[in-house]
Design a protein around this ligand. Structure first.
Ligand code: GDP
Length: 365
């Protein structure tokens, strides 16, 4: 599955947020294949379409799709030089698909800020530079290693060197790898470097409990938004403390508490959706009387690979997919009615699965 690592300087609210995530966490019985690790929090991706499908199909069970957050505490200034538990934490970042970077936007005299004052831009720069330093080192090492091949006239090595030099120049200007335009082939050349700064990032502004509704007037949040816009990054504003309280509630209690706070949904739900979008993920459904279930795939995934998310046998033995789009199914009101209207399609192995497709796979065992 896809995962998002939570990073940030000490004392910005990462643990508070991560505790809210594990508290709100999905029941692991539904996701036996997910990692079991104290640093991994599995959450269900909120999707109102599941409610509608449940009304239509009336299944025994409903299973939302899941998403993983990984707590990557301990990133400090100097991590790329091995300060703190530096390298170990950078290693954890290599394993996630995206980064949620928590920045402190709340003032509280009782809670020490590692840099002496609340200054989210400086915090962002500190973390970003650590990641850039680590990437610079990886790139320099690789340049050294392929030097001989380049001299010997190896064409692919020459191409790779060209990409590495462009990355190096960006790093030396303090810019992340994601700011360097690379085509598909160029990306392939450097894939095994597992660069940290090539991963998509979203910034999470942690504001005070009483500051959520008024966050747009928080100068720290404004500064983060401006910087993020320049980087083409997304921003999610939450209050980690409030999220921790919300996570303890369920159903109606949760809804009432959100209403009291003047919120439509929890910050965690907004964060989950933002991370899902950031990674270019979409959802398809299976809808049988036993179970209505949502599944996560990347945009552009073809039918056999989408089937493979359920079980590798489905991919290996794939024959065809029967597909109804969510909208068509809701409009028709039932699978039978959709079929009568000709909305029930047979698709082959080249079919690119769309967000909201309701799928039934035919396969050989
Ligand atoms: P971490 O080091 O980034 O994991 O930060 P923690 O989650 O441990 O938070 C550091 C301290 O800040 C703890 O005492 C939290 O209770 C406190 N804290 C976190 N979020 C908020 C907030 O929104 N408002 C206030 N006043 N304190 C917070």
């Amino acid at each position: 599955g896809a995962s998002c690592g939570i990073v940030g300087l000490p004392n910005v609210g990462k643990s508070t947020l991560f505790n809210a995530i594990t508290q709100a966490g999905a029941e692991s019985a539904n996701y036996p294949f997910c990692t079991i690790d104290p640093n991994v929090g599995i959450v269900e991706v909120p999707d109102p379409r599941l409610t509608k499908l449940t009304e239509i199909v009336v299944p025994n069970k409903v299973v939302p799709t899941a998403f993983e957050f990984v707590d990557i505490a301990g990133l400090v200034k100097g991590a790329s030089k091995g300060e703190g538990l530096g390298n170990q934490f950078l290693g954890h970042i290599r394993e996630v698909d995206a980064i949620a970077h928590v920045v402190r936007c709340f003032e509280d005299e009782n809670i020490t800020h590692v840099a002496g004052r609340v200054d989210p831009l400086s915090d962002m720069e500190t973390i970003n530079l650590e990641l850039i330093f680590a990437d610079l080192e990886s790139v320099e090492r690789r340049i050294d290693r392929i030097g001989r091949k380049v001299k010997a006239g190896d064409k692919e090595a020459k191409q790779e060197l060209d990409v590495l030099e462009r990355l190096k120049a960006a790093f030396e200007e303090g810019k992340p790898a994601r700011s360097v335009e690379l085509d598909e082939d160029e990306r392939k050349l450097i894939r095994d470097l597992h660069l940290l700064t090539i991963k998509p990032v979203l910034y999470v502004c942690n504001v005070a409990e009483d500051g959520i509704l008024d966050a747009d007037n928080n100068p720290h949040v404004q500064a983060v938004r401006k910087q993020a816009a320049e980087e083409g990054a997304q921003v999610v504003v939450i209050s980690a403390k409030v999220e921790a309280e919300i996570a303890e509630l369920e159903g109606e209690d949760k809804q009432m508490f959100l209403e009291e706070l003047g919120l439509k949904e929890s910050g965690l739900d907004r964060l989950i959706r933002a991370a899902y979008d950031l990674l270019g993920l979409i959802t398809y459904f299976t809808a049988g009387v036993q179970e209505v279930r949502a599944w996560t795939i990347r945009k552009g995934t073809k039918a056999p690979q989408a089937a493979g998310v359920i079980h590798s046998d489905f991919e290996r033995g794939f024959i065809r997919a029967e597909v109804i789009s969510y909208d068509d199914l809701v409009e028709a009101g039932s699978v039978a009615a959709a079929r009568e209207k000709g909305k029930y399609r047979l698709e082959g192995k080249e079919y690119v699965v769309q967000d909201g497709d309701v799928m039934h796979f035919r396969f050989n065992v």
